[in-house]
Write a protein that binds this ligand. Structure first.
Ligand SMILES: NC(=O)c1ccc[n+]([C@@H]2O[C@H](COP(=O)([O-])OP(=O)(O)OC[C@H]3O[C@@H](n4cnc5c(N)ncnc54)[C@H](O)[C@@H]3O)[C@@H](O)[C@H]2O)c1
Length: 276
C-alpha cells in the first residue's frame, strides 16, 4: 500500500516543471490527481503519463487567476473523486523589473497568480472540506489529516532584485499559509509552505541571448537566466548545484505524507542549503 492511497490531490500549474513533478510523485504514492495548467497540451500529456503508470487523473485547464476558476477546480474534484484531501498551490511565473520600471499590470498579474489564486482556491475548498469533516465526525469515523502546501520562494523570504511583485506575492502566501493553518487546525488540516531556492525548470534555464520568452495570457514574458550568472549562483549553493523538479516535488511530498501530520504553519526551505 502506498502512502497516499485513496487521497484526492489538487495541483495547480501541473503541466510542466515542478508542478508536473509534484503531480507525478503524488500519483505514484497512490493519490488521484486533479491537474490544472494554463496550457492544455502539457495537461493532457501529464494526465496520460499518470494513467500510463496505472494512476488516475482528471484535467482542469485554465488560468488560476480567472475569477471563476477556484469554484470550477473544486467542483471538478468533487465530481470526479468525491472530495478533497490535498491542495498544492504551485502555478505561477515571474515577470521581473526594477521597481521604477514595474507597471501596474506586472504587479497585478504576479499578485493574482501567486497570492489571490491560492486564497480563492482555499476559500472555495472550505465548504467541501468542512462538510466532509462534519460527516466523518457524525459517522464516528476518524477525521483524516488533510494537507495544503503553498509554493513559495526564497525571494519571498529575503527579497530579490527585480522581483518586488514576486517577492511580495510569495511573502504574502506565507502569511496566508500561517493564517489558514490556524483557522483549519480544527478540521485536522495541516497548512505549510515550501520555499524553493533554485530549481532547474524553464524559468531558470540558461538563456545565452536573453531572448527566451513565454506567452502568458497575451503577454510575452522574458524567462531564463544569463548562463554566467546561473553558474555563479549554482556555485553559491552549498550542494553546488540547482535542484531538479523531482527533488522539489520530494519536499511537497514530505508535507503531504502521514509522517508530517503534526507539522503545520511552517515554511520548508528546499534550496540545497542556500540561505538568505
Ligand atoms: N524554478 C525555480 O527555481 C523556482 C524557485 C522558487 C519558486 N518557484 C515556484 O515554483 C512554482 C513552479 O515554477 P516552475 O519553476 O516549475 O515553473 P514552470 O514555468 O516550469 O511551470 C509553471 C507552470 O505553471 C503554469 N502556469 C503559469 N501561470 C498559470 C496560471 N495563471 N494558471 C495556471 N497555470 C499557470 C505554467 O503554464 C507552467 O506549466 C512557481 O510558483 C514558482 O514561483 C520556482
Amino acid at each position: 500500500m502506498t502512502n497516499l492511497q485513496g487521497k484526492t490531490a489538487l495541483v495547480t500549474g501541473a503541466g510542466r516543471g515542478i508542478g508536473q513533478a509534484i503531480a507525478l510523485k503524488l500519483a505514484a504514492e497512490g493519490a488521484r490527481i486533479v491537474l490544472n495548467d494554463l496550457d492544455e497540451d502539457p495537461v493532457k500529456d501529464t494526465v496520460a503519463q499518470i494513467e500510463a503508470r496505472g494512476g488516475q487523473a482528471v484535467p482542469c485547464v485554465g488560468s488560476v487567476s480567472a475569477p471563476a476558476f477556484a469554484e470550477e477546480f473544486v467542483s471538478t474534484a468533487v465530481e470526479a473523486f468525491d472530495g478533497i484531501d490535498i491542495i498544492v498551490n504551485n502555478a505561477g511565473f515571474t515577470w521581473d523589473n526594477v521597481i521604477q520600471k514595474m507597471t501596474d499590470d506586472q504587479w497585478d498579474a504576479i499578485l493574482d497568480v501567486h497570492l489571490k489564486a491560492p486564497f480563492r482556491i482555499l476559500r472555495a475548498a472550505q465548504p467541501v472540506i468542512s462538510a466532509a469533516v462534519k460527516a466523518e465526525r457524525a459517522a464516528g469515523l476518524q477525521v483524516p489529516c488533510r494537507k495544503v502546501v503553498n509554493i513559495s520562494s526564497l525571494a519571498g523570504v529575503g527579497g530579490n532584485v527585480g522581483q518586488a511583485n514576486y517577492a511580495s506575492a510569495k511573502a504574502g502566501v506565507e502569511g496566508l499559509t500561517r493564517t489558514v493553518a490556524k483557522e483549519w487546525g480544527r478540521y485536522n488540516i495541516t497548512v505549510n509552505a515550501v520555499a524553493y531556492g533554485m530549481i532547474h525548470t524553464r524559468l531558470t534555464a540558461a538563456s545565452a541571448d536573453g531572448d527566451s520568452t513565454i506567452s502568458i495570457q497575451g503577454n510575452d514574458i522574458k524567462i531564463g537566466m544569463n548562463p554566467e550568472l546561473l553558474e555563479q549562483m549554482e556555485r553559491s549553493i552549498p550542494l553546488g548545484r540547482a535542484g531538479t523538479p523531482e527533488e522539489a516535488a520530494g519536499a511537497v511530498y514530505l508535507l503531504c505524507s502521514p509522517e508530517s501530520n503534526y507539522i503545520s504553519g511552517q515554511t520548508l526551505v528546499c534550496g540545497g542549503g542556500f540561505m538568505i
